[in-house]
Design a protein around this ligand. Structure first.
Ligand code: UDP
Length: 371
């Protein structure tokens, strides 16, 4: 299969690219490197540096590389950031996403797998959460992902797309080559491991007054290797399907509290990991645990690496072998600013006539965001 992985230089995307290449597929990565890393793209995959809202460029890439299917995992994905800057989330996760769908439509690429999120469920009435349960996001991040799912559904109905949305819960772990390296880092496990490595003095526990056994939030963690395997199964499934839009939860059905994660990390790393309770973080549902029965049944997926200890051990091993992450922190703010400027420019162009959307809009120059 010739696969375009949009956002393929990010944490989840790059690991999926590794899996696709290992399985013998031809992979083109399309990424603006605003948060992704050039070094995370494995040998054998082609990297195109560009913005997702750049529809004309996407069309050219799809034609040139005779793309058959798309994995879309380029998104803004921080709940707290979405609470303070919702526009950013709608621009990236909805508006730019539509440009991708339009580019697919124009080039007759109809197979797409989308990295969605448990945040579409908001505060679930019951756990484990099933796909048919009510979606009512409580933050713009979840709302923007749900809006894009809606667009996929209508593109399936109107244009014959074969679309699958994978709603992840929490992702952790690493491969030998690729791991989690965000700047700023906001996710629990990488922060806990930073503290273990002595880069930070303590972990902040965001709230201990939730209605859970130890008062801290509960999350369902999946190993990034297991997510990558699910992406491949889902892409294969779109090849056989009639025009359709399907949704699958990906989780392990086991939830761990923030305190349990910290405790397990103390054991795995053998380090002290001091923790301090602070007030709740806005937009955090108390408990998110998935029922993945549907993915197991329809896609034949089952998590193989997703014990908490395994995820922590792999993430810790990656950290120890990549002490400076991908080693490019100094240039990153400039890359982010460039990406934002580009998005502003292209969004403005999008608001003009269709004709102008066809113009080759500015892409981030190769080199920005890399070392
Ligand atoms: N969390 C925490 N301290 C941190 C980071 C996260 O207590 O420094 C908590 C957060 O409030 C949530 C859980 O850990 O309940 C998982 O958060 P994360 O940001 O890793 O993922 P999310 O569930 O938001 O996708």
């Amino acid at each position: 299969m010739r696969i375009l992985v949009v956002g393929g230089a990010g944490y989840v995307g790059s690991t999926s690219v590794e899996t696709f290449i290992e399985a013998g597929h031809t992979v083109t990565v399309y990424d603006n490197l605003s948060t992704g890393h050039r070094d995370s793209v494995v040998r054998g995959a082609r990297l195109v540096v560009g913005g997702m809202h750049d529809r004309a460029r996407l069309e050219r890439v799809m034609r040139e590389h005779r793309i058959e299917a798309v994995l879309h995992c380029a998104a803004k994905s921080l709940v707290s950031e979405s609470m303070t800057d919702p526009g950013l989330y709608y621009r990236h996760n909805v508006a730019a996403g539509i440009a991708l769908l339009e580019a697919m439509r124009a080039t007759r690429v109809t197979r797409i797998v989308f990295s969605s999120t448990a945040a579409v469920y908001g505060e679930p009435k019951r756990v484990p959460i099933a796909e048919a349960d009510r979606t009512q996001p409580i933050n713009p991040y979840g709302e923007s992902k749900l809006a894009f799912e809606g667009a996929m559904r209508w593109f399936a109905a109107a244009h014959g797309f074969r679309a699958i949305s994978l709603r992840y819960f929490n992702c952790a772990g690493a491969t030998e080559r690729n791991g989690e390296d965000h700047d700023p880092e906001t996710h629990l496990i990488p922060i806990v491991l930073r503290v273990a490595a002595g880069e930070q003095t303590h972990v902040q526990i965001f709230g201990q007054d939730y209605n859970t056994p130890d008062g801290t939030c509960i999350r369902d963690f999946i190993h990034v290797r297991d997510l990558a395997a699910a992406h491949l199964l889902a892409l294969e499934a779109t090849g056989e399907a009639d025009p359709s839009f399907e949704v699958y939860n990906l989780g392990s059905a086991a939830g761990f509290s923030v305190r349990e994660v910290i405790e397990a990390a103390r054991k795995v790393t053998g380090r002290a990991i001091p923790a301090r309770v602070v007030k709740r973080r806005a937009g955090d549902p108390p408990r998110l645990v998935a029922s993945s029965r549907r993915a197991r049944r329809d896609l034949g997926w089952s998590p193989r690496h997703s014990t908490l200890e395994q995820m922590l051990a792999d993430a810790w091993a990656w950290r120890l072998s990549h002490a400076a992450g991908y080693g490019r922190r100094k240039r990153r703010p400039a890359a982010r600013a460039a990406a934002e400027r580009e998005l502003e420019r292209v969004s403005a162009a999008d608001r003009e006539a269709d004709q102008e959307i066809e113009l080759d809009t500015v892409a981030i120059p190769v080199g920005v965001g890399s070392r």
